[in-house]
Design a protein around this ligand. Structure first.
Ligand code: SF4
Ligand code: SF4
Length: 221
């Protein structure tokens, strides 16, 4: 089970790297960017993710000795509040407020830079209100929607890519804190099982997961 979860974790990170590349390409062509230091979407209490999306972070937290402390904080909360990975002190000029930015989930990567198909099948950007209010051009309103629409990352397709990796862990979305708590439990169980079998296997499981390549980040101004 442990090796399978670790392999899944690496596969999730590979999907993340591809999504980052899609988002960066769309942002460049569409001229979208987040205002420097914005963290409004992280302050929402409605961020959701699947357990699978949090596995890479869960293994990393065990590797770096932070899992237990964070798990206790997550267990105290109900799971439906603001993301516990959000750090207001990291937001503002030069930061986006995410304490685990390389491991953020699918919606964190896509929000503001992705959309859905309309009833006629045309991809439509789900425009971010903050960008709109900051006067950043929104493709669907600027007369160049048709040009950039084929490049638009789609929420549904990204979700299906995660589900395809493991339908049991990658389909049902729950509040992000709850998903992280469950991911820590899965990773913890995997590590315990491996430790029970032999020490080498347990050590292998806490090897650092493959880091996503340095893609241009969507929030870069
Ligand atoms: S996607 Fe929107 S709310 Fe989120 S950081 Fe960018 S501008 Fe702010
Ligand atoms: S994981 Fe990071 S980017 Fe996503 S909501 Fe939490 S703080 Fe924000």
């Amino acid at each position: 089970m442990g090796a399978m979860l670790l392999e899944l974790s690496a596969q999730v990170q590979a999907v993340y790297a591809e999504l980052d590349a899609l988002v960066a390409r769309y942002a460049a062509v569409a001229g979208l960017r987040c205002p420097p230091g914005c963290s409004v979407c992280c302050q929402s209490e409605k961020v959701e993710a699947t357990v699978l999306e949090l596995l890479p972070l869960a293994f990393t937290l065990f590797r770096t000795g932070q899992a237990e402390l964070l798990y206790r904080r997550l267990a105290r909360g109900g799971g439906g509040e603001q993301c516990l990975l959000f750090r207001p002190d990291l937001a503002g000029e030069g930061g986006w407020g995410c304490s685990q930015y390389p491991f953020r989930t699918v919606v964190c990567r896509l929000f503001g830079f992705a959309g859905n198909r309309d009833r006629t099948g045309v991809p439509r950007l789900a425009a971010c209100r903050v960008m709109r209010e900051a006067g950043i051009a929104i493709p669907s309103e600027g007369g160049f929607a048709a040009e950039v629409a084929p490049l638009l990352p789609l929420f549904a397709e990204a979700g299906l890519r995660i589900t395809a990796l493991h339908p049991g862990l990658g389909t049902s979305r729950r509040p992000i804190n709850q998903a992280l708590r469950e991911a820590l439990e899965k990773a913890g169980m995997a590590l315990e099982l491996a430790a029970g079998q032999n020490r080498t296997a347990a050590e292998e499981l806490v090897e650092p997961p493959v880091e996503p390549p340095d893609q241009p980040l969507p929030k870069a101004a």
